[in-house]
Design a protein around this ligand. Structure first.
Ligand SMILES: *Cc1c(COP(=O)(O)O)cnc(C)c1O
Length: 253
C-alpha cells in the first residue's frame, strides 16, 4: 500500500479506515460476534473520485452512492477499480436503466411499483440483480422505505419477480435520538428479517441486515447488523449533510 505524508488528507482517510475496522472488531467482540460477519460499505456520496480511489486502494472493497446522477458522474473516473458497488439511495424509476449499469445490488427497494419496473428492465436484458428491501423503522416522514407493517407483504410480492434476488433488508436508524431509540429501529429490522425468513419464500434469502452509519454502527452491530454503511467517519463531514441523507431532491440538480 502507498504511504502518504503524515497529516495529509490521504493519510487521514487510510487511518480512518483502519479505525473503522478496529471499531467493528471491538463492537463484535463486545457482543460475542465474529468480525468477519460484518461487512463495511464505504459511502462515497459527495466525495471526489481521487479520495474514493485512495480509500479503495487502501482496502475498501464495497462502496455505495445514494444518487444515480452522482454514481454515473464518477463511474468513468473509477472504472478500473474492482470494488463492489451498491446503490443505497431513493431510486426513481426513470433512472433504473442507468443504475443497473453500475451496481450489483440495490439496497433501497421500497415499493412494488419500483420492483416491477426494475424486473421489467432486467427481463429485457436477460439478467438479474441483488436487492435489499428498505424499511422505514424510524417512522420519520422524511425518510424513504416501506412501513414496517407492510414489509412482509412487499417481500411476498417481490419474491414473485424472477429477476430480483432478495438478499437483505436495509434501514436508517432514527437520528438525534438516544441510543435506545436507535437500537429499537435496528431490532425491529432484525425482527422483520426473521419474520420474512420464516415464510420460506422462494427467491428470498435474507443474508444481510444493512444498518448502522457513522454515528450508530456500533449499536447496529450489537443488534445484528451484517453490513454497516459509513461515510463521514472516514471522509469527514459533508458540506450539506441533510440534503444528502434524505435524497430530498433527486432532480439531478
Ligand atoms: C449518507 C448515508 C450513509 C452514511 O452516513 P454517514 O453518516 O456519512 O456515515 C448511510 N446510508 C445511507 C442510505 C446514506 O445516505
Amino acid at each position: 500500500m502507498q504511504k502518504f505524508p503524515e497529516g495529509s488528507e490521504a493519510a487521514d482517510i487510510v487511518a480512518n479506515l483502519d479505525q473503522v475496522r478496529e471499531r467493528i472488531a471491538a463492537a463484535c467482540a463486545r457482543v460475542g460476534r465474529c468480525a468477519s460477519e460484518v461487512r463495511f460499505l464505504l459511502v462515497t456520496k459527495t466525495i471526489a473520485p481521487d479520495q474514493i480511489r485512495i480509500a479503495v486502494e487502501a482496502g475498501a472493497e464495497l462502496i455505495g452512492e445514494n444518487k444515480v446522477q452522482e454514481l454515473v458522474a464518477k463511474a468513468e473516473a473509477l472504472r478500473d477499480l474492482t470494488c463492489e458497488r451498491h446503490f443505497i439511495g431513493h431510486l426513481q424509476s426513470n433512472k433504473i436503466k442507468q443504475v443497473l449499469q453500475h451496481v450489483s445490488c440495490i439496497q433501497s427497494i421500497d415499493s412494488l411499483g419500483l420492483a416491477e419496473k426494475l424486473d421489467r428492465q432486467l427481463q429485457k436484458h436477460g439478467r438479474g440483480v441483488d436487492i435489499f428491501l428498505q424499511v422505514n423503522t424510524s417512522g420519520e416522514a422524511t425518510k424513504f422505505g416501506i412501513a414496517p407493517g407492510e414489509a412482509l407483504g412487499l417481500a411476498r410480492q417481490v419474491a414473485r419477480l424472477g429477476t430480483l434476488r432478495v438478499r437483505g433488508m436495509m434501514t436508517i436508524g432514527m437520528f438525534n435520538a438516544d441510543g435506545q431509540i436507535t437500537r429499537r429501529c435496528f431490532a425491529q429490522l432484525r425482527a422483520l428479517r426473521d419474520l420474512i425468513t420464516a415464510e420460506g419464500l422462494a427467491g428470498v434469502q435474507l443474508d444481510h441486515l444493512s444498518m448502522g452509519m457513522s454515528l450508530d454502527f456500533e449499536d447496529a452491530i450489537a443488534e445484528g447488523s451484517t453490513l454497516i454503511r459509513v461515510g463521514r467517519f472516514v471522509f469527514g463531514p459533508r458540506p450539506s449533510m441533510i440534503h444528502h441523507y434524505w435524497n430530498e431532491t433527486d432532480s439531478g440538480a
